[in-house]
Ligand binder design. Sequence first.
Ligand code: GRF
Length: 186
Amino acid sequence: KKVAVFASGSGSNFEAIAEAVGRGDLKAEIELLVCDKPKAKAIERAAGFNIPAFVFQPKDYDSKVAYEKEILGELKRREVDFIVLAGYMRLIGETLLSAYEGRIVNIHPSLLPAFPGKDAIGQAFDAGVKVTGVTIHFVDEGMDTGPIIDQEAVAIDREDTREQLQKKIQAVEHSLYPKTLAKLLT
Ligand code: GRF
């Protein structure tokens, strides 16, 4: 399967997925990184794997429809058949949703439906819950909604700091996302 990964930030999940492809654990080709932040570290990581990047700034377009049409053109040109969101900090609009119905997945750092939206790790930490985790789900028009595919729990220990919790969650993300994609894409 030909995949595009969308990221806005560090791209550590992008890298974990690219490494899984490199090891042969995930039978897919990453055709493109799509990134809405010209300074994102994800872009450097893509270059390191020789994966092309389509970088854009929403403010250069009149509307979400306009930039998503352009993204769609890039995806079509490269015959991408699956979209993987990995820290892409925007809602997917109708243009991409209708073209890739049932073929867009996202990862979120909580056990959804708990703690949707921004800073889910901080939200869980501040709420004082003892268990949080990672969710992989299909994308619909909502924010972190859509059918759940996989979840893994992460315990919050009494002595954990916010930073330690973030590290634990990231470690789970980096192993779970490639594994779940391997199941979905075969
Ligand atoms: C991850 O925690 C992911 O769950 C969330 O955004 C973060 C992206 O991190 N949606 P990275 O850019 O992959 O390092």
